[in-house]
Ligand binder design. Structure first.
Ligand SMILES: [Zn+2]
Length: 411
């Protein structure tokens, strides 16, 4: 009989939320800052208390292992992240880490003995806050990011990851972080949905079938500045007007892709010099394009490129795009999806097959192992803000289904 200890799980979620660089209830835990290091030490102690063997790799990814009877066999993994963007809430990532730990404790207490080892994995820096790259730990684990490129990443103070991680106590060789593709036989990430669909449809669990992934561009539009009174309209090469056209073209490209899964966002628009009486001479945009289908996403990217050319020619401005990343979307494993579904059916829990629009560490682990994700509802779909909320019963249901599925996969 599998029992999830709701009180212990919730009190641990609260305790972890109190380890923050800002005034609670807001949670800020940026990778390798004192709050993050304190949270890591706290997590390590929880894992050791649970009887798990803990190891950390050179970038601080933390593995807590329950050894199975078949030690040499690939492990069944679960986990998520505990780093948090500035002014975040207490559930993003944490539900998957503490839920994963509780799932393992519940299985141990039930007398279950795994054949394949079951391992909790706490990823380093899922959030891009410090080094500008999301899913740093899982990119390295999956070989998506090379050790060299990772080591050279810098934070806003110009400190390299290589220096910062060593100062945080993580030495060793970044080259050795990569896992082989027979390390995990399956990996499941439990996570709050970070969207409104489950709550809206009053469905307690979401089983993710595909993880969408972003392509990010940095676009620089350069025209010609000048005095807002002195330069007459026919003579202008206003960078912001050109950028405005481009932003609308980006929206149109996503809206007309033919699929609801295509989204495109311009989240940053920096205007230079940014004065009321000065014509904008330069504009920097950030563009984030996501889809579950790589081909469709690439069509949108080509449409944006074509729009850049025509706007640039028409308005006599230069438009340069730099591709920051273009990760491929991932499909979840049908076998793990089926195992999760079976557990839901056993408990008569309704579930929604769904797409994960935010991306997660599982997107990268999918390159080296079969993965799936289990979503729990969150209030109003809010996430990355202090009033992020997930109901106790939803967290417990997710943890129960996770535990059963880990057990089934480790037989
Ligand atoms: Zn997350």
């Amino acid at each position: 009989m599998l029992t999830i200890d709701q009180d212990r799980l919730l009190s641990e979620i609260d305790a972890l939320a109190r380890i923050t660089a800002v005034e609670p209830p807001a949670v800020t835990r940026i990778v390798f800052t004192p709050a993050d290091l304190k949270a890591r030490a706290w997590m390590r102690a929880r894992c050791e208390d649970a009887g798990l063997r803990v190891r950390e790799d050179a970038v601080g990814n933390t593995f807590a292992r329950w050894e199975g009877s078949h030690r040499a066999a690939p492990a069944v993994g679960t986990g998520s992240h505990i780093d948090a963007i500035p002014n975040a809430g207490k559930y993003d990532g944490v539900v998957g880490v503490l839920g994963g730990l509780e799932a393992i404790r519940a299985l141990r207490q039930s007398g279950f003995r795994p054949r394949s080892s079951i391992e909790l994995l706490i990823f380093t820096a899922e959030e891009p806050t410090r080094f500008g790259v999301g899913c740093l730990g899982s990119r390295l684990l999956s070989g998506t990011l090379t050790a060299d490129a990772a080591g050279r990443l810098t934070d806003s103070d110009g400190a390299t990851l290589e220096i910062v991680r060593r100062e945080a106590g993580f030495g060793g060789d970044l080259e050795r972080v990569t896992l082989t593709d027979c390390y995990y036989k399956a990996f499941i990430e439990l996570h709050i949905e970070q969207g409104p669909l489950l709550e809206r449809q009053q469905i307690p669990l979401g089983i993710v079938t595909k993880i969408a992934s972003p392509a990010s561009l940095r676009v620089l539009v350069e025209g010609s500045g000048g005095h807002a009174g002195g330069v007459l309209m026919p003579d202008r090469r206003d960078a912001l007007c050109a950028a405005a056209e481009l932003i609308l073209a980006i929206e149109t490209a996503a809206r007309t892709s033919g699929a609801i899964d295509t989204v495109a966002t311009v989240g940053i628009c920096d205007v230079f010099p940014g004065a009321v009486n000065s014509i904008p001479g330069r504009v920097r945009l950030s563009v984030d394009i996501r889809d579950t289908d790589l081909q469709r996403r690439d069509i949108v990217m080509r449409a944006i490129e074509a729009a850049s050319h025509s706007i640039s020619a028409k308005r006599q401005v230069s438009i340069n795009s730099e591709l920051l990343n273009a990760d491929a979307p991932a499909d979840c494993s049908p076998a793990i999806i089926e195992a999760l579904s079976q557990s839901c059916r056993k408990h008569e829990l309704n579930f929604l097959p769904m797409v994960s629009r935010p991306y997660h560490d599982s997107l990268f682990i999918a390159r080296i192992a079969p993965v799936a994700m289990l979503f729990t509802p969150c209030r109003s779909g809010y996430s990355h803000r202090p009033d992020e909320y997930a109901a106790p019963e939803d967290i417990v249901r997710g943890t129960l289904v996770l535990a059963e599925t880990l057990a089934a996969l480790s037989e």
